[in-house]
Design a protein around this ligand. Structure first.
Ligand SMILES: NC(=O)C1=CN([C@@H]2O[C@H](COP(=O)(O)OP(=O)(O)OC[C@H]3O[C@@H](n4cnc5c(N)ncnc54)[C@H](OP(=O)(O)O)[C@@H]3O)[C@@H](O)[C@H]2O)C=CC1
Ligand SMILES: CC(=O)N[C@@H](CCC(=O)OP(=O)(O)O)C(=O)O
Length: 306
């Protein structure tokens, strides 16, 4: 049995991972009581007793946990932003980094939720030469409020009601996901990222608008390239047709899959690449469990909500 310790198990991502692991007899879960979960000596003990540690902590605490490893074997899946472009860490998007690379990795950084949608859309198209690596890309996105963790959940679920029906943020144009979006797609320019949050618990849509002259291919070529890239994936699918006139942010709420769309008007030169996912599913806990499955030689979808 693989011994697992979730550091930060009482947080939003930690609880979701625990739920997905409950009842699975491949894993022996090391737990710390409420009085010990922030005690450094207790955490260090649990970290070093585990085969795999899943970090569901703020960045600084995640760095601290890694520094507590005093052996050469404990493996790590870090859900925070701390190691997503760090040397020596494998990016936990197996459909892009390679399943084998994740399966063998000692240190895996779980992708940001928005980054998951953006990179899934853009990285294969850059690799196929359909989007130039020096393209000036934008990403508009909307998330459920659980993306902001316990503090944002409390803000949106307060007795006063939700603070806003829609609010944009990252107005300093330096959102923490931008470095991984750029690096993991191999872009030479920093993408312009405009996220927003709505009073829905979880759900996410990420969109990359394109003018045809920014690209080296048509919408049909892009849809085919994405379909080829994700062929056989049980988690990421590419829509060939989409009939409804709208695409709601809650499309994949509660699920660990992701669906990609390429919209275009044949008469115009404009394209919209869109990813629908759940910020807590493929955007966080579902992805962490997928990587954990691969790292322990299990089918990648075991325990996922598909
Ligand atoms: N929510 C989401 O959609 C996503 C979140 N993430 C990332 O996952 C990580 C966790 O986020 P999330 O679950 O949302 O955050 P939460 O705020 O919901 O949970 C964080 C947990 O970490 C605990 N914690 C904080 N500092 C320490 C410490 N020094 N030692 C031990 N425990 C500590 C907190 O304790 P306490 O309960 O006492 O506050 C809390 O339980 C973050 O890095 C976040 O960026 C990644 C992808 C998506
Ligand atoms: C709505 C909201 O606030 N979302 C968070 C991102 C959540 C996430 O996935 O980011 P990490 O994986 O990097 O924690 C934010 O924009 O900071």
């Amino acid at each position: 049995m693989t011994r697992i310790f979730i550091d930060g198990a009482a947080g939003t991502t930690g609880i979701q991972i625990r739920d997905r692991l409950s009842g699975r007899d491949e894993f022996d879960l090391i737990t710390l009581g409420d009085e010990a979960r922030k005690d450094d000596a207790a955490r260090a003990g649990a970290i070093n007793a585990a085969d795999i540690v899943i970090l569901c902590l703020p960045d600084e605490a995640a760095r601290q946990s890694v520094a507590m490893i005093a052996n050469g074997t404990t493996r790590v899946i870090d859900a925070s932003t701390a190691h997503r472009t760090a040397p020596g860490w494998i990016y936990g998007l197996p459909e892009i980094s390679g399943r084998e690379a994740v399966a063998k990795a000692r240190f895996v950084s779980n992708p940001g939720c928005y980054s998951t949608g953006f990179i899934a859309l853009v990285a294969p198209l850059v690799a196929a030469g359909l989007i130039p690596a020096d393209a000036a890309l934008s990403c508009n996105a909307v998330s459920g409020y659980s993306g902001g963790g316990k503090s944002m959940i409390a803000e949106y679920e307060s007795a006063d009601g939700a603070p806003s029906a829609w609010r944009t943020y990252a107005l300093g144009l330096a959102h923490k996901h931008v470095p991984e979006m750029q690096a993991r797609c191999g872009l030479t320019r920093r993408p312009l990222f405009a996220p927003a949050v709505v009073p829905l618990y979880s759900g996410m849509v990420c969109e990359v608008p394109l003018f045809r002259e920014m690209t080296n291919g048509s919408a049909d070529q892009m849809r085919t390239a994405l379909a080829d890239h994700y062929a056989g994936s049980p988690i990421i699918s590419v829509a060939q047709d989409y009939e409804p006139a709208t695409l709601p942010v809650e499309m994949l709420s509660g699920q660990d899959s992701m669906r990609l769309f390429v919209f275009a008007d044949p008469a115009s030169d404009q394209i919209r690449l869109v990813a629908a996912l759940d910020n807590l599913g493929k955007g966080a806990s579902g992805a962490a469990v997928q990587s954990l499955n691969l790292m322990t030689d299990l089918p990648e979808t075991t325990g996922l909500r598909l």
